[in-house]
Design a protein around this ligand. Sequence first.
Ligand code: ADP
Length: 509
Amino acid sequence: MSRPAPVILSFRRTFALLILLVVLPSAGLSGFGVVAIINERAAVEKRLEAAWRGTLADLSAEVPRALSSGRLEQWGDRLAFVLPDEQELSDPEGTFHVENGLVRTKDPQLAEALAALVPEAASLPTVPTVFSLATNGRTVMVAAERQGATVRGVRLSNIALDALLSDKAQGRATSEPVRFTLLPVPRDASSEGGIVNRLMSEVAQARQNALGPPVLAERVLSAPLQDFRLVVLPLGEDPVASASTRNRVVYGVLLGLFYLTLTFGVGYTARVLYREARLSRMKTDFVSLVSHELRTPLTSIRMFIETLALGRLKDPAQQQEVLDLLTKETERLSDLIERVLDWARIESGRKVYQRESLPVTNVVDVAVAAFRTQRHGDGMEFTVKVDDNLPHVEVDRVAVAGALLNLLQNAYKYSGPTNRRIALRAQRDGGYVNLSVEDNGVGIARKDRKRIFERFYRVDNLLTRKTEGSGLGLAISKRIVDAHGGRITVKSEPGQGSCFTLQLPVTRE
Ligand code: ADP
């Protein structure tokens, strides 16, 4: 039986190739996906940035235009910077004057920032001008004008500037809720210091990015407002984070699902295909086995008939013996054919069971009578023990007796030639009646115990090879018992005999 091996081998090779063809591209695909997902945040940021670029360009042109139309007014003891629509942009505390190289203002920090302006005070325009100033750690926007040798001006209020921005931004389509604001341009410390400074500024920048609201897009204003940048900040949660988290989760779940189903599918298909391959091998074995089993009795039958036809046997006793052998061989033939037909009927679902409620002894008697007839005279110790008062079982008598007979025949076939002991017992076990057949035969190894109920399966050993059989007996018995709502079980150890049990459900009242 070494022929089927190449079939399984080539099947395995094809399957492995197929899996390889599926797994390699999918692994590549997933790899690309992971890289894409990792770069996703940058991509979303780019997309948002691109979406805002136009608006920022418009606004950063409009704001200086609006500011250039403002005027400075003396309001009591302070200055105010107002737009033509009377909107005030100045900070009430931010009035200042520059006179004779001196800065006058209530705000000491503003004074520090204005120090840079002193040398250039003489060259300032006489019309109100808005510009930015940056000194250590402070960036301000001021409106100023020169009147002769003095310069007067006022610091603009951040809140008022933001209000102006949101006025200008109104009516522009926005895909997500955002707010526009002016922020100082981060001072580039790298140009000013050594490595330590640079590192510090990078750390500070990273911290600011992590802590502050994420900037969706920004644009540095042009001179003279170059110390400020116009930025778009999201209102509420960070849309980049939520979009990229959602995509990551969706991708992760899909990837997990994909590999799970792939693994399951591969495992399942491999199992099914392997079973099919094994089954087809078993069927081939079965066909050669059956034809062999048919040929053997046919050969002897032909031989006996020839002997009788040639009239070689004069002695009536000898003639009787040959006739008995003929009967036995034909019985064996029809048994085998009956079994194959039985199996075909069960497999195709054409088998109909005639169930009736009857005493267990009816079933046992039929099987025992048939067994005794077949094996009469053969050396064995056969005991039958049926408990009293067993309940009725609702079964097809012929079918279940056939299953029991099969167990008895197996017990006989798979025991040594001498000292055979076979015991049949019927006893109650809860809602079942157990019919068990015990023998002192060769026994069954653990790995075979699970499989002997499969169709065409025969244990591969010397005794089985010498013994006639089709591998169908136990499969048929199991189908019959299953159809009755019962069970068939086996307890066995190699070399110590076996005990097969049919569990039949008791008739319900
Ligand atoms: P068959 O007897 O026609 O080969 P079965 O389906 O009845 O087919 O049995 C399947 C296999 O189980 C047998 O080939 C045999 O190896 C093993 N077997 C069945 N009954 C016994 C038993 N009582 N003792 C040992 N082996 C058994």
